[in-house]
Structures are given as structure tokens and as C-alpha cells.
Design a protein around this ligand. Sequence first.
Ligand code: ATP
Length: 290
Amino acid sequence: MNNIKIKAYGKINLSLDVLGRRENGYHDVSMIMQTVDLYDIITLTSIKDCSEIRLKSDTDSIPLDSGNIAYKAARLIKEEYKIDDGVEIHIEKHIPVAAGMGGGSADAAAVLRGMDKLFGLNIGTERLEELGLRLGADVPFLISGGTALAEGVGERLKRLPAPPPCTVLLVKPGVSVSTKEVYEDFDSLAEAVHPDTRGLSELMGNIGLREMALLLGNVLEGVTLRKHKIIEEIKKDLIENGAVFSMMTGSGPTVFGLFETEEQAERAAGYFEGTKGIELVKAVGWLVAE
Ligand code: ATP
């Protein structure tokens, strides 16, 4: 095999709590992560006569050199498993960049899985997750995706039942948010509203959409919201357009609304499409673990 195509699914956080900060700057978190049906397409092609890693993409909104986390993932596998062949990585980008949807981490996870298959390494999920953690805190979860409680810095994973069926409307405003800055601002915050992530994780699989909605929360939402009022407006507009619940994902700025039917979500999408300041509107479903 010299060519492989892999879907790199993005995620949203149904719950995101920050429990503390470690000396190395990493944060202890407690999160419920969920992959959604929005993905980048990663194509890996092995190159026989050189050992280079080449990176191509249909967008120039991401680094196309060794600064790209997908490049780092390929380099890690080449080094750990002593692979002499080169590899070309092509990223077809659909997950919005720096949006709180883990786009870079998803690409890295897909490259780890893809390199494993392409070179017949049989690495195994647990080891892939360990390697993923060296690249970023969200990468271990995105190796298999689905629904999971993630603790530690994101590496302690517990698989959970999928949330109740619904349609998720993703709405991304055209503002830039730096994950690093959001965490720094959070550290200097006196008070924060902490969601009961553990409590929700224990109920998953036994609650309906409306009950689940009462328990969702993102401790970082208030931090990003203070700087970008448009997030508050999108949240409100989603509810006014029929969403059962709306919340920011990750460090933002993407907001998601949960709708009982696809028709309602599509109608609300119509409201946001073409609205000033909105960069992406997309109705998607949950994605179960691979
Ligand atoms: P998270 O939710 O994990 O914080 P995010 O969705 O907010 O992630 P990404 O889309 O992963 O953010 O991008 C964060 C930064 O990483 C961007 O500034 C981008 O330039 C850089 N980056 C490096 N490699 C990639 C990649 N393959 N895809 C997207 N961004 C990448």
C-alpha cells in the first residue's frame, strides 16, 4: 500500500471544566468530548526514494512546514518506528482553524492512525494515544473519537454512551481566539462557573436531550465572551431560532446549538447564513467511536 485516505473528525466539548494549573503551564481539565460529522480529509502517500516529509493543503490558513502538527505527527512515527521512507501529507481542510473544534489535533490523530496503517506497524490504540499526548492534549481522544470523559491534561479517557440523537448547528463568528490567551485569562479570573462534568458523565446514556442540556457547561465561555460579544449574540439567536441549548466549544469562538430535529436546525442555519460577522454555519450529527 502506498496511499491512504483518512477522515479527521472535529470535536465539540459538551462539558469543559478547568480544575487547576500545573507548574509546567498545562491545565488539569475535566471534559466531555464529542466528535461531530465535520472532518478534514488526510491523504498519506509513501515516498520510496527519499525520507522527506512533504506537506500540502488546499488552504494557506495553516502552516505548511514543520510547524504543522500533522507534520510533527508523521515525524514522531518515523522516529519512533525507524521508518526510512518519506511521506507526503495532503490536508483537505474543512474544520475551521483556531475555532475550538480541535482541527489541528484531529489532523495529528489521523496522521498517527494513517502512518500506522500505511507502514503496517500495528501500533495499537493505547500506544497511539500515548504518542498523541506528546503532540497535544486533545490528540489522545481524537485517535478514536466518539464520546468520552477526558481528565488529567486530557489523556485519561473514559468512553461514554453517545448523547441523545439531535442535530448540532455549528456557528463560527469571524473572530480569532488564541487558546493560550484564553487559558491565561482564565488563570487570572477570581470566580468561575464550574460545570458538574463527572455528574453528567455518570448520567450519559440515561438522559434525554432536554435533561442533558441542563447539565452542559464550559468554564472558559465567560472568558472568551467578555472579549467577543458576538458569541453571546449567537448563543441567544440560536435559542430564539429553536435550539434546546447553545454553548461555546473549547476556547471558542465556535458556538453550537442543539436541535431536536434536522428541519429546525436547517431553518436556524438559514437565519445565520449571510449574516454579518458569521464565517461558518453547518448542521452536523454526532459521530460514534470508530
Ligand atoms: P483546540 O480546540 O484543540 O484548542 P482549535 O480548534 O482552537 O484547537 P486549531 O484549528 O487546531 O485550533 O489551530 C490552532 C493553531 O494551530 C492555529 O493557529 C494553526 O495555525 C496551528 N496549526 C498547526 N497545524 C494545524 C493543522 N493541521 N490544522 C489547523 N491548525 C493547525
